[in-house]
Design a protein around this ligand. Structure first.
Ligand code: ADP
Length: 366
């Protein structure tokens, strides 16, 4: 966050071709993404001015590289038919609240988190595999466009084939159908996409993929609660959302923001999963509550959402994930697989019984 602010401050000193406006305040700047010391962003310019804007691009690159902690910068120019005033930067790909069902797909659920790195993708993958273990037909849509993890988690390589027209066949891993932006474009390309591009890519992965008949499609949401997430929550026909949180985040604000976001667009909250809960030392068997413990259950109750269960902080979960052998398939009888399956069973029983009961106080956190 601090890095982003510093880059933004540096870009405030870059002047637009009009000689007056600063790049930072021009409305032409995309979101700034910083990953491993590299800054990524794009500048939108009128289609007719792309060539003439090269000096601006270069100046922005130099300014970003001048920021402490930023080793390099990848700045691209994106062509817009008309210049974008700052006020229209918000994604507005589809009219709010348009939720056309996806043919053949019975239930779509979102797995979301208030911020990155809490284990949302690991949870999405293991829940999907748990649904499959229950005999359900399952798909996973990796909408975490800035950090797609499903190709690695499911150990899927290669590219999807065309089913006909614009429609792609999903890939498959451990009996689950998977579509991810990671199969289609380089990671660096997606990172600099602006909000509307992200939303249209996700809509395509939802509607232009031959999912076939599915009992459940698990959508691994982009982390956070920004405009892209909100628009998605509004436009994807979600049966409900699972919020993943570490114990300390739920007590803080991030996960609650996630809950508030879905409530705002009337997507039911299926419940909260506390990830990276207790750590049992593999050598001495002692229990350590590294991120605190039990906070999620109390907090879930307080904000009126179901508590789905906790997943311990376990080395095997990370190691197996990195190896493309998620614990639900590689250690199906182990305690971690059981924990994921118990959560999946709770979610499925809610969906199968017709959805989430409408209860609980409505609390605004914004
Ligand atoms: P997110 O999708 O929220 O960014 P990931 O699912 O990619 O998070 O997880 C971040 C890292 O934490 C990964 O290296 C993953 O293997 C690890 N991880 C996730 N859940 C656990 C857990 N319960 N125990 C140990 N490591 C975990």
């Amino acid at each position: 966050m601090t890095d982003k602010t510093a880059v933004l401050a540096a870009l405030a000193k870059v002047t637009m071709p009009d000689g007056k406006t600063s790049l930072a305040g021009s409305g032409a700047l995309s979101e700034i993404v910083i990953h491993q010391g590299k800054a990524y962003f794009s500048i939108s310019v009128p289609a007719s001015a792309v060539a003439a804007s090269e000096p601006l691009r270069k100046a922005a690159e130099i300014a970003a590289k001048g920021v402490e902690g930023i080793a390099s910068a990848l700045v691209t120019l994106t062509a817009e038919k008309a210049p974008q005033p700052a006020a229209t930067q918000k994604p507005a790909a589809a009219p709010a609240g348009v939720k056309t069902a996806v043919e053949g797909v019975r239930h779509i659920i979102a797995v979301a988190s208030g911020k990155g790195g809490v284990g949302k993708s690991t949870t999405s993958c293991n829940l999907a595999l748990s649904f499959a273990a229950m005999g359900l037909k399952v798909g996973v849509l990796d909408a975490d466009i800035y950090g797609p993890s499903m190709p690695k988690l499911f150990a899927i390589h290669g590219r999807p084939t065309l089913a006909g027209g614009r429609v792609l066949n999903p890939m498959e891993g451990y009996g689950v159908k998977v579509m991810s932006i990671g199969f289609l474009v380089d990671e660096e390309a997606a990172m600099i996409w602006r909000g509307p591009m992200v939303i249209s890519a996700i809509q395509q992965m939802l509607r232009e993929v031959a999912w076939g008949e599915l009992d459940i499609l698990v959508v691994d949401m982009p982390p956070g609660t920004g405009d892209a997430q909100l628009t998605m929550a509004q436009n994807v026909p979600l049966a409900g959302a699972v919020i993943v949180s570490t114990p300390q985040d739920l007590a803080l604000i991030d996960a609650r923001r996630g809950v508030a976001m879905f409530r705002k667009v009337e997507v039911p909250i299926l419940g909260v999963v506390e990830n990276m809960s207790t750590f049992i030392c593999p050598s001495c068997g002692t229990r350590h509550d590294i991120f605190g413990h039990g906070g999620a259950m109390a907090e879930a109750e307080r904000i009126g959402v179901p508590f789905l269960g906790e997943i311990p902080l376990a080395m095997t979960i990370r190691e197996k994930s990195d190896a493309g052998l998620p614990v639900v398939v590689s250690e199906p009888e182990g305690p971690h697989a059981k924990a994921y399956r118990a959560i999946a069973e709770k979610v499925w029983s809610t969906l199968a019984s017709g959805g989430v009961r409408k209860a609980g106080p409505r609390i605004a956190f914004d």
